[in-house]
Design a protein around this ligand. Sequence first.
Ligand code: AMP
Length: 285
Amino acid sequence: MEIISTVDGVRRKMEALRCAGKRIAFVPTMGALHDGHLSLCRRARKEADIVIMSIYVNPTQFGPNEDLDRYPRDREGDERKAGSAGVDILFYPDAALMYEADHRSWVSVDELGSILCGQSRPGHFRGVTTIVAKLLNIVRPHDLIMGQKDAQQAAIIQRMIRDLNFDTRLVLAPIIRETDGLAMSSRNVYLRGEDRHRALILHQSLTLAERLIERGETDPNTILDQARSLIQNQEGVTLDYLEIRSYPGLQPVTNTEGRVLIAGAILLADVRLIDNIIIEQGSKQ
Ligand code: AMP
């Protein structure tokens, strides 16, 4: 695995690979790698000849009171895991290289960035779309591999790719979970003891909603009332949101027919956790 830390270095490398006719798949991450990230590398390997991963904790997607400073970082472990997951090129940019001091340009996708997670994280998706646009311009991959774990993020990036004519194809990979159902996340390392157990309530409420739909319930309000109250009755957990929307359009729905996203976020012990299920005509994704 080749590790590159400069923008010019990655550009030169990718240009040479493209000229040699290689298909390139790109996996952007913020590091503290877990099996969810590594599943994206395996998917990338299936799609392309060359797998490039970036590891960059992007400051512009964190709000002033969020966990940028304490976001988990593990450079040594990440290099080892990326290498054994078959990554060919690891782009580990020097933090100072990604944004000039007088950076003033932003990419944002109207409306979709201010709902669901965007409501309690203003500016978050503008930071995400800006860094992903920058990375796509640097790497110019044929395939961009992202996880359904961040379903809203993927829907927004998909819209950005279409609206701004990025020459890349988004591939969405399924959520990898711990054996008890908790969606893998770099932030799970913050969860200790009782809180680790309490965190399961989010996935349980999503699967309750899914079961109700499978049993024929189609009214989102009826479904959400039950699923939300499961979380609201869990001690030590605060519900941020639990919603059902169309996917990938992210529009409100009046029934659960078609392809819908059931997505939620909770707060516990200063940790914000997200999870979701996508259901299409009764089939889970
Ligand atoms: P992050 O490092 O959290 O920014 O995530 C980088 C990529 O990994 C994003 O496309 C995420 O959706 C994806 N990802 C994170 N957790 C998981 C998971 N549990 N299963 C699948 N993909 C994931």
